[in-house]
Design a protein around this ligand. Structure first.
Ligand code: NIG
Ligand code: FE
Length: 411
């Protein structure tokens, strides 16, 4: 069934509890709350006893004391790609590092081969199955990056699939152009020329086709330098597009401070983020996106500087980083659990990380990540006693009703 065929959620959703941190205005309603949906948007939200009379005639949905949260936001994914890389998982278990796998012709470039070989419909079908897993966890908005095409037609193919997924599945998709993800083999030894291609041809063409909502770079020893990253940021700025960065994942390149200077929406990974990087991010209002799935898969031991980020008041988001190399994860709730267990986030921090701060990392803070009147009806009603259970259970999916873009997507 396509999203447009799903039943409308218009009506009064009653007998709810609103989870702490769920409301944009920070009110807490811990019993008998109601959410009114009209024309696919939130028309009213508050204590059931205060429900205005004009809504009295609308259809009623009994929430059965469920805990309501905003739809979750997965703010960093590489969801569209060909093939898979379980062989590299095995290589790393046998002792190879991520960098060694990449140098041996595996890594990102092996997904590039498979993505170039796949046609658009095949990429769509494979990504749709993965997306449906994420949606089942209550995801209502998702970022999808390119970066496995590394040539205009193949980057275009990825981004077109991302847009199509948003339409067929009734989910908010933000596309990010990650042409500077890895050096394609045909440009070996000519990374300056490849960055020219990214800045002068690929990005302007794809932006003109309205396929690009933001621009990202993998700034790392095994990827692109600080100077190359800055060139891509300048090209994005010239087109009025916001930037974000894969920053300080394997080493401190100074990428976060650079990104902050360009007003980046987010810096992501940041295991090796420095004090200067944190200060620059705080100044710029840049979100720190934590990716425990990649940390876990790479058996990394260098923790991101959580305590310093917290002390500086830098908003922290949490995401799957779904990709075939370092994070084949398809559950955002599992990432919530791992952010708490591995990174020591508190439960409220981790939940804010997949809602309000994740929305901010995509520039969607005015429409997603918290519940408020006038916003699209994207919310999840969980059959749970307390919100800590969203972080606590793992390996099972709690019972829930999902309202996405004003339709009942799961009940
Ligand atoms: O976010 N760090 C770079 N990019 C991805 C990994 C991509 C891959 O290995 O295919 C990431 O972890
Ligand atoms: Fe990534």
């Amino acid at each position: 069934m396509t999203h447009s065929e799903l039943p409308s959620a218009d009506g009064v959703w009653e007998h709810l509890r609103i989870a702490p941190g769920a409301l944009a205005d920070d009110r807490a309603i811990d019993a008998d709350a109601a959410i009114v949906v009209a024309d696919g948007r939130i028309a009213w939200i508050g204590a059931g006893v205060a429900l205005p009379g004009d809504f009295a005639g609308l259809p009623r949905f009994d929430g059965a004391d469920a805990l309501a949260t905003p739809g979750l936001v997965d703010c960093h994914t590489h969801l569209v790609y060909g093939g898979q890389r379980a062989n590299e998982f095995a290589m790393r278990l046998a002792g190879a590092t991520y960098e060694e796998v990449a140098k041996a012709g595996g890594g990102i470039v092996s997904s590039v081969r498979a993505t170039r070989d796949a046609d658009e419909d095949t990429l769509y079908a494979q990504a749709a199955r993965r997306l449906e897993q994420l949606l089942a966890d209550g995801v209502c908005a998702i970022e999808i990056k390119s970066g496995y095409g590394l040539a205009l037609e193949h980057e275009r193919k990825q981004l077109r699939v991302a847009r199509r997924l948003g339409e067929t599945h009734g989910v908010t998709v933000r596309t990010t152009f990650l042409g500077a993800h890895a050096l394609p083999p045909e440009y070996a030894g000519r990374s300056g020329d490849y960055i020219d291609l990214v800045c002068n041809e690929m990005l302007p063409a794809l932006a003109a086709e309205r396929l690009v909502d933001a621009v990202d770079v993998f700034c790392e020893r095994i990827a692109f330098s600080l100077a190359e990253t800055e060139r891509v940021f300048q090209a994005a700025g010239a087109l009025g597009l916001p930037v974000k960065l894969h920053a300080e994942q394997l080493s401190d390149m100074g990428g976060a401070a650079l990104a902050a200077r360009y007003g980046a929406l987010s810096c992501d990974h940041i295991e090796h983020l420095s004090a200067e990087g944190i200060a620059a991010m705080r100044e710029a209002g840049t979100v720190a996106v934590l990716l425990p799935g990649a940390y876990y898969t790479l058996r990394d031991t260098h923790l991101p500087p959580i305590e310093a980020l917290r002390a500086a008041g830098v908003p922290m988001a949490v995401s799957t980083d779904h990709n075939p190399g370092t994070s084949p994860a398809l559950s955002l709730l599992l990432m919530v659990n791992m952010a708490c267990t591995l990174f020591r986030l508190t439960v409220p921090e981790a939940l804010a990380g997949v809602t309000r701060h994740a929305a901010r990392a995509l520039g969607l803070q005015d429409t997603h990540g918290t519940l408020a009147v006038g916003r699209p009806a994207d919310f999840v009603l969980w059959q749970l006693r307390e919100s800590a259970e969203l972080a606590y259970w793992f390996g099972q999916r709690p019972a829930r009703t999902i309202v996405r873009q004003g339709r009942i997507a799961s009940m």
